[in-house]
Design a protein around this ligand. Structure first.
Ligand code: PLP
Length: 444
């Protein structure tokens, strides 16, 4: 097997048994796109293509692909301690990682480990409910999310999430959930560079929801500081600050879902640092391990953990956890990647590159089909006019066209979302946008 080939027969029979997630299975299996190896900024496909990664995998490979330091740390951990029970037992790497993580965000003093963004979200929602009860606010059982929010695929996450196709066939969801309106407003904000000027007042809709249900019934509100999966929806200037103020006014916990914004994506450690707004909990995953071992985490702000510590010492304080919470190999991967982020100043690097990235995103203004361009940190979005009667078709064709020309982009609806590894070079940025521009000109 060489770097460019795979000892696997990609014929329909072999592809069939895998029920692929969030994928048009039949379409994919007719014309598969298999990635067989990766290094730094590039993938190699099963049919010999070199593909520039414009999406850090799925927003996760922030330090670039196949980092030797991570592989070595995971290998060393696996041969030393492969697995340790997660309940009523511990192992050093989980404690070490919790210390390292809480040092990154001084307002947060404890971390709960999960195995994905979805689990981190469900964990945060459950901690919210249990916390309110622990402080004598047990009537606060309502959870609020936002339209066009994505919080993974657990029942908690899809309940507070706001994507119709992720909800509609899965029954009634959690009871008592309500949603804020989304903040995407092309009429007022199209082609703005960085944060939109208009829309901070949409946070006041939280006042309307409080008036409808009463604050005494509301435990928490969860939002993505920057919504990624529904096409890079940026918070209008002042919006997150307003949400924080309203939550404070009514004793509602604020959760930032930082599964994509965590670990340098905006050119700061987390969005909380970038925006200067401190939520009560932060969920993260993806960049936590550079995507290499599944892991999610919830940061809780000072005081939350303490509220659970009043019962006798032999009491389990929170009846929640996973067999793989703080899995040793995941902890080793995370410690190694956090070290790379620091050693290579990758968050600062993202901040330095952001203006170049912004210019590159906006260089597509006037390109066929483009109705909006958005950017923040090393995130970019190109919104396309949907094809008449065939929503998503144009963007999917652009995705295929770029793949054929050696650039991996991600599409959601008719929006192209971009989020390269933070090690991206200017020449890579040029290649990404040149390719997209050419592909858009060539498609109908
Ligand atoms: N929350 C946000 C904001 C996400 O972007 C994602 C995944 O893209 C998730 C949660 C779910 O993470 P996972 O796919 O690891 O469960």
């Amino acid at each position: 097997m060489t770097a460019n080939t795979v000892d696997f027969d990609a014929s329909p029979n072999n592809l069939e048994p895998f029920w692929m997630p969030f994928t048009a299975n039949r379409q994919f299996k007719k014309a598969p796109r298999l990635l067989v190896s990766a290094k730094d900024m590039h993938y190699q496909s099963h049919d010999g293509r070199t593909i520039l990664d414009g999406t850090a995998g799925l927003w996760c490979v922030n330090a670039g692909h196949a980092r030797k330091e991570i592989a070595e740390a995971v290998g060393a951990q696996l041969t030393k301690l492969d697995y340790a029970p997660a309940f009523q037992m511990g192992h050093p790497a989980a404690f070490q990682l919790s210390n390292t993580l809480t040092q990154m965000l001084p307002e947060f003093d404890h971390v709960f480990f999960a195995n994905s963004g979805s689990e981190a979200v469900d964990t945060a929602l459950k901690i919210s409910l249990a916390y309110q009860r622990a402080i004598g606010q047990g009537a606060r059982t309502r959870l609020l999310g936002r339209e066009r929010g994505y919080h993974g695929v657990g029942f908690g996450g899809i309940s507070v999430g706001g994507i119709v196709s992720n909800r509609k066939v899965f029954g009634p969801m959690l009871a008592g959930v309500d949603h804020l309106p989304h903040t995407h407003d092309l009429k007022r904000n199209a082609f703005v560079r960085g944060l939109p000027e208009h829309g901070a007042e949409l946070a006041d809709q939280l006042e309307r929801i409080v008036a409808l249900h009463d604050a005494s019934t509301i435990a928490a509100v969860i939002v993505e500081p920057v919504a990624g999966s529904t096409g890079v929806l940026l918070p209008p200037k002042g919006y997150l600050q307003k949400l924080r103020a309203i939550c404070d006014k009514y004793g509602i916990l604020l959760i930032f879902d930082e599964v994509i914004t965590g670990f340098g994506r905006l050119g700061a450690s987390f969005a909380t640092e970038y925006f200067g707004v401190v939520p009560d909990m932060i969920t993260c995953a993806k960049g936590l391990t550079n995507g290499v071992i599944p892991m999610g985490a919830v940061f809780v702000r000072k005081g939350i953990y303490d509220a659970f510590m009043n019962a006798p010492e032999n009491t389990i304080e929170l009846f929640h956890g996973y067999t793989y919470s703080g899995n040793p190999a995941a902890c080793a991967a995370s410690l190694a990647v956090l070290d790379i982020y620091k050693r290579e100043s990758l968050f600062e690097r993202a901040a330095e590159l952001a203006p170049y990235w912004e210019d590159a995103v906006h260089s597509l203004k006037g390109t066929k089909h483009v109705i909006d361009l958005r950017n923040l940190g090393l995130i970019g979005a190109i919104e396309l006019e949907p094809r008449e009667g065939k929503p998503t078709a144009r963007a999917f064709e652009a995705f295929l066209g770029c793949y054929e020309k050696g650039v991996l982009i991600r599409t959601t609806g008719d929006i192209i979302a971009l989020s390269p590894p933070l090690i991206v070079q200017k020449t890579h940025i040029d290649q990404i946008f040149d390719t997209i521009g050419k592909v858009l000109k060539a498609i109908n």
